[in-house]
Design a protein around this ligand. Sequence first.
Ligand code: FES
Length: 356
Amino acid sequence: MGILKNLFGPKEAKIVEVLPFGARFEVPRGQTMLEAALANKVPFPHNCTVGTCGSCKCRLKAGRVSALTDFGYTLSQQEIAAGFILACQAVPKDGLTQVEVEASGADVPAPEKFEARLVAREELTHDILKVRLELDRPIHFVAGQYANLKVPNIGRARNYSFADAPTRDGRQQINFFIRKVPNGAFTEDLFKGALDETPIDVDGPHGNFHLHAGNGPMICIAGGSGLAPLMSVLEDARKNRVKRPCAFLFGARTLRDLYGLEQIKQLEQGWADRFTFLPVLSHEPADSEWKGARGLVTQFITDVMPGIDWSQAEGYMCGPPGMIDAGIASMTEAGMTIDRIFYDKFTDESHISKMP
Ligand code: FES
């Protein structure tokens, strides 16, 4: 017995410390770092919990972890090289592991549950709907965050980013841009108007995508319904007279997929510094009337603001994972450091299937 114990050694407690809040907790055998953090009431950013959304991304400062699924499915090579891991897929190997999460914007309101009803909807494109909900009371959020929407007793909840800038007293009416999911009962019903009188449960705000303090140029890229959080962030920055050069690239497949152009024009007119808007179409027929940029939106990143100091620039991206990975590669190649790149990946897992 004594020999066996010596051979295998006493079980060493696996302690994780989360910076910058300095919270420490033990990760019991069979739990991930994220599970243990949440069990210990540590406000660790997270969303899908299955390694696909990137919300639990944190930087390993000390110790080693093993990965339940390859971090490379979700994190870019640049992020992995810089020491980032996914807490929901990480199991600590050493006695003490230190990770650092991105401090969220100041005064992030705690999530609450609201009752809502749909008061307006407008088709922005053939597959994106602008939906306005009226809540039972005002909601406070930070520009760039999202809420969790669920029709009671029907299907799963879904995550959608706020498309408006927050207001000081909170917003009782909020808009979301919702993409129709093929064969998705919830979005099919929404488009048909079948949910117009139906109560909707709203849980939020959530998420840590937000504008970071700084003076450097901002390169913002939206793809598809990823326009919503960027409109929220940029509209909020415009209202607060943020004085930073901004390039805003919007990637869509064809002309009929472009939307929000009037709102972007107003943003441009009210912006306190240089503002460049570039819509880019990837699948527009060659013989169409479109005279603008064609190709992948990420191919235009380095051209859109010539002469900037890339080491001072920040990247903000919301859209599909492929667009974000290409954006990270292009921005880091141009000289932007990985810790100045912020994104919200719109995967089916992160924005649709988190729920029960
Ligand atoms: S919560 Fe870990 S990747 Fe989504």
